[in-house]
Design a protein around this ligand. Structure first.
Ligand SMILES: [Zn+2]
Length: 262
C-alpha cells in the first residue's frame, strides 16, 4: 500500500513538473525568450527615396524545378532598398564600406525610442535630445555602444509608397528623422554604434543637405533605415543583430535585423 501511494505520488509529481515546464515562458533554441524580425520583406512594392519610372527591384526566375530540377532567380536592386544599412562610406570619403564594418559593431544592446506621438500632428518631426532624456528617465542611462532605433509610427504607411514618401505638390517629402542635436548627443554622449529609424532616411523628409548623415557617417556610425516591427520591440534590455550583405566596396546594403529578447 505504501509503495503504491509512493508511486501515485511520483506520477503526480511528474505530471505536475511536465505541466509546469509546458507552461513556463519558453526559451527558444537560440537561448533567448524571443527573436523578433525588424526587417521588411523585399518585393516590388517597397517605397523608395528616389522616384523612378521603372521598378528598381527585379527578380527573374532562371531555373524551375519542373524544367531544371531546382529553383533559382537572378535579382537586381539598389544598395539602399527596403530595410537597409548605410555604411559610413555612403557620405564620408575613405570611411568603411559595408564589407569593412567590423562584425563586433553589428551585435549590440538595442534601444528603442518611442516617438510615435509627435509625428501624428507633425510629419516633419525630428527626434530630440528630450526624447533621449525621456527614455533615460524610464530606463536609466543608455548602455554604451548601443544601436538606437526610433519608432516614429511611420511604419503604418509602409504599404502605401505614396503615404510613406508623403511628398507635397513640390515633390518635397515629409517624414520624421533625427535632429542633429539628438544625433550629436547619442554619438558623443552615449557612443552609439548605429542609428536606426522606421522612415526612408535618418534625416527628416525635407532635408536637402543631410546634416545627420554627414555628421554620423563621418564618425563611423552606420544607419538602419526603413526598420520594421518596432511596435512590439523591447524599449530596453534587448540585443540587436544587424546582418548586411558583405558587398565589397558597398555604400550600404539591404540588411536583416533581429531583436533578441532576454
Ligand atoms: Zn540609405
Amino acid at each position: 500500500m505504501k509503495i503504491r501511494t509512493f508511486m501515485v505520488g511520483c506520477a503526480l509529481a511528474l505530471a505536475l513538473l511536465l505541466f509546469a515546464q509546458h507552461h513556463e515562458p519558453s526559451i527558444q533554441p537560440s537561448g533567448f525568450h524571443a527573436v523578433m524580425d525588424l526587417t521588411h520583406t523585399i518585393n516590388p512594392q517597397v517605397p523608395t527615396y528616389e522616384l523612378t519610372d521603372k521598378p528598381v527591384y527585379q527578380a527573374r526566375t532562371v531555373a524551375t524545378i519542373d524544367k531544371d530540377g531546382y529553383f533559382a532567380r537572378d535579382i537586381s536592386l539598389p544598395e539602399h532598398f527596403g530595410t537597409h544599412l548605410d555604411a559610413p562610406a555612403h557620405f564620408a570619403r575613405g570611411m568603411w564600406t559595408v564589407d569593412q564594418i567590423p562584425p563586433e559593431r553589428l551585435i549590440a544592446p538595442l534601444v528603442i525610442l518611442d516617438v510615435t506621438t509627435a509625428p501624428k500632428s507633425n510629419p516633419d518631426y525630428q527626434v530630440s535630445v528630450e526624447d533621449v532624456a525621456n527614455w533615460e528617465q524610464a530606463h536609466g542611462q543608455m548602455p554604451e555602444n548601443a544601436v538606437v532605433i526610433a519608432n516614429t509610427g511611420w511604419e503604418s504607411r509602409w504599404n502605401s509608397p505614396r503615404d510613406y514618401r508623403n511628398a507635397d505638390t513640390k515633390g518635397v517629402m515629409h517624414f520624421p528623422g533625427y535632429s542633429l542635436e539628438a544625433a550629436k548627443f547619442l554619438v558623443e554622449g552615449r557612443h552609439v554604434l548605429g542609428l536606426g529609424i522606421d522612415t526612408l532616411s535618418i534625416d527628416y523628409g525635407p532635408s536637402k543637405d543631410f546634416p545627420v548623415h554627414q555628421y554620423t557617417l563621418s564618425r563611423s556610425v552606420y544607419h538602419l533605415e526603413n526598420v520594421a516591427n518596432l511596435e512590439h520591440a523591447p524599449a530596453a534590455s534587448g540585443m540587436v543583430v544587424v546582418s548586411p550583405m558583405k558587398l565589397e566596396g558597398g555604400s550600404g546594403s539591404p540588411v536583416r535585423i533581429f531583436a533578441l529578447l532576454r
